[in-house]
Write a protein that binds this ligand. Structure first.
Ligand SMILES: *Cc1c(COP(=O)(O)O)cnc(C)c1O
Length: 433
């Protein structure tokens, strides 16, 4: 299948080119030429299939023309070594827990898939080393670094804003060594993202090195996120709750929700989506006014959503043919400040004992405020609450248990390279390694 650029000024790319390049030459994002509708029989039987079986069928719709079925199945099955259960919180609200992977956040799914796909292309072609550049506001870095750790032929640079990610997040990508280099940037997440984007457009750098991105701009990271929307629906089907399904998605760069919108386009019966934001409410402003005005991000306690110019907005516009009206029909928006996020975590914990993380709390809150009679809501619980230990503990006034997987990271020694938020020193470092 071919991939076109949302800016439509670049030639069409193959899957391999789209994955290896990340961003199109005209700075647009790659979109698959087709979004195939899955047959009715699939939806009819979905309740009888397990996660891997469902994911393989979805993966075939996107990648089946480009990767041999046995190989694709290996990649999918090897990616999904953990479950994404829907845990009931209220009668009409379930938590889609996406934090059972190696780094306890949803990005494990996309990052593991992309690492395996890129590794497949490199082995097949005997390509020169690929350098993966990834800007992170917290969880992307850990998921990508762990997903790619030890994959031959790939070196990963994680750029993160100094002092703006939690200690646990930082440990997950600064303690790995091997083919992972952590770059501590004296700036914001947007500065990190800008450095990565500039690198992809720098002629000299691209001449010398093979560069790619593992942010959700990469199709191999973003498309596999559709898998768990189908799996969540299957679980609702088993409970007889698969009517008027509403997904509420805590959103930052909008890769996660866009994968859900793709799932709907493939025929998944979803009534509507909610984009739940922290105070960085650029998308909500767009829904309200029809005007998209990026602005610098504000730091919040849901820091993985501190994004002032969500990259996947271009994909949403493209998917809906630039129609503000059509977008508003499928997606509504909510924005919460830190105080409301804390209040939400605390209230639900007292009411039911279910502990939210600050991102999931936005998703949950939006459902609680907007769910209509007859609707079944699912919010995406995008990270384990222990990843935001200080925030969560100070909010509920109790200490919480740290999962074994996280404790193991905490014992490692931090190693990073400090850099200013300027392109020249970053470029020098890449060229000199
Ligand atoms: C990355 C992240 C988000 C935002 O996801 P996008 O795909 O960028 O919208 C939300 N919650 C957590 C915990 C994250 O790590």
């Amino acid at each position: 299948m071919h991939y076109y650029s949302t800016n439509r000024q670049a030639p069409e790319a193959t899957l391999e080119q789209a994955v290896v390049k990340g961003l199109a030459a005209d700075k647009g994002l790659f979109m698959p030429a087709q979004i195939k509708r899955l047959p009715d029989a699939f939806y009819h039987n979905i309740g009888e299939m397990n996660f891997r079986e469902i994911a393989f069928i979805v993966a075939e719709a996107f990648f089946g023309e480009d990767i041999e079925a046995g190989k694709l199945k290996d990649i999918v099955y090897d990616t999904l070594t953990f479950d994404t259960p829907v845990v009931p919180v209220h009668d009409n609200i379930g938590s889609l827990e996406l934090f059972h992977g190696p780094t306890l956040a949803f990005k494990d799914v996309g990052a593991r898939f992309m690492a395996r796909l890129l590794g497949h292309f490199i082995r097949k072609e005997g390509k020169k080393e690929v350098n993966v550049l990834v800007a992170t506001s917290g969880d992307t870095g850990s998921a990508v670094a762990n997903g790619f750790l030890g994959v031959p032929g790939i070196h990963v640079y994680v750029l993160y804003p100094k002092g703006k990610v939690s200690e646990i997040q930082e440990k997950q990508f600064t303690t790995l060594g091997q083919n992972i280099t952590a770059l501590e940037i004296d700036g914001t997440f947007d500065d990190c993202q800008a450095l990565v984007k500039t690198a992809f457009l720098d002629a000299e750098l691209n001449e010398a090195l093979q560069l790619t991105s593992a942010n959700s701009i990469n199709v191999a990271r973003f498309l596999p996120q559709a898998f768990y929307y189908f799996h969540a629906y299957a679980q609702l089907a088993r409970q007889g709750k698969n009517r008027e399904v509403v997904f509420s998605v805590p959103s930052g760069n909008f890769g996660n929700i866009t994968a859900g919108l793709f799932a709907k386009r493939m025929g998944l019966p979803v009534k509507r989506f909610i984009a739940a934001n922290n105070r960085n409410d650029i998308f909500l402003q767009y829904l309200n006014t029809g005007i998209y005005t990026p602005r610098p991000s504000t730091a919040t306690i849901a820091n993985a959503m501190d994004v002032g110019d969500p990259s996947n907005f271009a994909r949403i516009l493209d998917l809906y043919g630039n129609s503000h009206e059509a977008i508003c029909q499928d997606i509504s928006g909510y924005s919460y400040n830190d105080e409301t996020i804390r209040e939400t975590i605390s209230a639900l914990y007292q009411e039911t004992g279910y502990l939210l993380d600050p991102h999931g709390a936005c998703g949950y809150r939006a459902l609680r405020e907007s769910l209509q009679p007859g609707e079944n809501g699912i919010f995406l619980e995008t990270a384990h609450p222990a990843k935001f230990l200080e925030t969560v503990e100070s909010t509920i006034g109790e200490t919480i248990a740290i999962p074994q997987k996280l404790q193991a990271f905490m014992q490692g020694k931090k190693e990073s390279v400090e850099l200013p938020a300027a392109f020249a020193p970053f470029k020098r470092l890449l060229l000199e390694r």
